[in-house]
Design a protein. Structure first.
Length: 214
């Protein structure tokens, strides 16, 4: 309700403190104008966090438009978050996965209390569940580098495959698709070396399903 209140924004901006702007009912133009007023009053853009928001209690899922949060970040280069008026917790969790640094959520002791906000608020058990889920998402997001994890390293040899004898092979026999196949475990020659192994001579006898050695 204050995002178009220029004198109020100017007054807030002069304190040069961190500011959170909720953007219910706002367009990108409204957001840009509000940021400009705050900056001109002395608040650096790095101090401003903008929350995507839909001003309806509770907000229908079809009006959430969560990708708009990313549009705000791309347009203005500010920290972004989500002011959540939906009835559940899943949209806030999704917002964190999409990069939200702030979540605003109404909470109440009883959703049946009179007033416009209680129906769209969380009771204590739900709030605890949301916070726990958000913490887990924060951990699960990781650093973005695709690597073998410690737990995967324990499973790798079991899950991957190796080159093995499809049938009994005699010393000197030519290795081919007729006598070689791929099976678990992955403790032998990787099937990615298939082409370089085909056509070579067996260095010794191999029993059925025995790992091939070169």
């Amino acid at each position: 309700g204050e995002i178009t209140n220029l004198p109020y924004l100017r007054h807030i901006g002069q304190f040069r403190k961190h500011v959170i702007i909720s953007t219910g009912m706002a367009t990108l133009g409204d957001i840009e104008a509000a940021i400009d007023v705050l900056e001109q009053a002395g608040t650096p853009r790095s101090f401003i966090t903008v929350l995507h928001c839909t001003t309806e209690y509770p907000t229908p899922m079809e009006e959430v438009n969560l990708r708009a949060m990313q549009s705000i970040q791309a347009a203005f280069g500010v920290a972004t978050g989500y002011s959540d008026h939906t009835a559940g917790i899943e949209v806030s969790i999704a917002a964190v996965a999409l990069g939200a640094t702030v979540i605003e959520k109404h909470f109440t002791l009883d959703k049946n209390l009179p007033g416009p906000d209680h129906k769209a608020s969380l009771e204590p058990v739900e709030l605890k569940a949301m916070v726990s889920a958000i913490r887990n998402i924060g951990i699960a997001m990781g650093d973005g580098i695709k690597r073998l994890t410690p737990s995967e390293a324990l499973n790798k040899s079991v899950a991957r495959k190796s080159l093995v004898a499809r049938k009994a092979i005699k010393t000197g026999e030519i290795l081919s698709a007729e006598n070689i196949t791929t099976k678990r475990p992955g403790t032998g020659i990787s099937p990615m070396n298939w082409d370089s192994v085909m056509g070579r001579k067996a260095v010794r006898d191999f029993a059925v399903d025995e790992l091939i050695k070169l």
